[in-house]
Design a protein around this ligand. Structure first.
Ligand code: NAD
Ligand code: AKB
Length: 313
């Protein structure tokens, strides 16, 4: 088979997607890449800056790549601190990946985000096709990325596919600087210290998803029957929607002494307030069978059990 290349493979999602794809397609068929060099990685690894188109083409040719999972990006909080870098990494990187795919005949998976929506988007039951006027640099690059992928599919016939991920919660690799990071940090702090200081207001609803569902969604979409896909590059997908006060209540069922206070970060609160409360993901369910396995209750039980074991609590 032609090999699979992952950009940004050392990040929160990439580190787990790499293992899932290795299990599914074999160790020798997955090429993990990142701008950083890992201390150690099991499998094929190349240092690759996605903004360097020459190195990208070279790597695609060298490993006979047929599919690219393009995960390299700067997330919302980092992008807001470094907007020009975010444009360069998120936009130039995506354009170079699409060009490599066009020239070498690859299919491409690119994750968009709830960040592709803005304050004028309907916040509840956010439709698949709706107003997208994001106010963060991250959101600007995510909308432009969705459109660019659509363009490459329509204009050049490149098989581009993608999801609008919500906040992803996981326990392998820490998140890389987003607005939804609180929903990961809270579990680590609850298990290790019994308390957490939250940077979002207690009533800030956002869509979320546990990592096993996020990984399965990406792989299922890439393996879906192309003739059934109408939306291709920006499927709304959600598994649950909650606010900080709800996750804290759920954690207390496992750790009764857990306490949470609040120190609001105005930048991340502003970003979160501009994002939907809960997306309608019926298009993903209808077009390729999206169906998450975890909700807040089952995810919390799993996160706490894994972290308690890890930290000997
Ligand atoms: P992350 O920040 O954890 O990882 C990103 C990786 O990209 C890092 O390992 C980093 O070293 C690498 N990187 C940065 N600049 C690079 C460059 N120029 N070239 C190559 N690699 C570079 O991010 P993540 O959470 O794994 O997110 C992956 C993708 O999923 C991103 O596009 C992100 O926008 C999207 N997404 C993530 C979430 C989430 O909650 N994690 C939600 C919605 C969308
Ligand atoms: C972020 O908060 O930036 C990401 C995302 C939802 O895109 N987790």
């Amino acid at each position: 088979m032609k090999k699979i290349l992952i950009t940004g493979a050392l990040g929160q999602i990439g580190s787990e997607l790499m293992v899932a794809l290795q299990k599914r397609h074999g160790f020798d068929n997955v090429v993990a890449t990142d701008i950083r060099k890992p201390p150690q990685v099991d499998g094929i690894f190349e240092v690759l800056d996605c903004t360097c188109s020459h190195r990208l083409h070279e790597t695609v040719i060298k490993h006979d790549i047929g599919t690219i999972y393009h995960l390299a990006a700067l997330l919302s909080a980092v992008a807001e601190a470094r907007p020009q870098d975010a444009w360069r990494v998120n936009m130039d990187g995506t354009l170079h990946v699409l060009e490599a795919a066009r020239i070498h005949g690859c299919s491409v998976f690119t994750p968009s985000s709830i960040g592709a929506f803005g304050p004028t988007t309907p916040a509840d039951n956010t439709p698949q096709d709706t107003i997208q006027r994001p106010t963060s640099m991250y959101g600007v690059t995510k909308v432009a990325g969705e459109l660019l992928c659509d363009y490459y599919a329509r204009r050049y016939g490149v098989d581009t596919r993608g999801l609008r991920y919500p906040g992803i919660i996981s326990n392998v690799t820490p998140p890389g600087g987003g607005t939804t990071d609180y929903a990961v940090d809270i579990y680590y702090s609850a298990v290790q210290q019994g308390k957490y200081t939250c940077f979002l207001r207690k009533d800030t609803f956002l869509d979320m998803m546990y990592m096993p569902d996020a990984i399965e969604a990406a792989i299922n979409l890439m393996e879906a029957d192309a003739s059934k896909l109408k939306h291709r590059n920006a499927f709304n997908v959600s598994a649950m929607s909650f606010a900080p006060e709800h996750i804290a209540t759920e954690i207390k069922k496992h750790l009764p002494g857990f306490t949470m206070d609040y120190q609001i970060d105005p930048v991340r609160q502003g970003i979160a307030d501009s994002w939907p409360n809960h997306m309608d993901d019926s298009a993903a369910r209808e077009e390729w069978g999206w169906s998450p396995k975890y909700d807040l209750v089952s995810m919390t039980a799993d996160m706490i059990s894994v972290l308690k074991n890890r930290f000997g609590k």
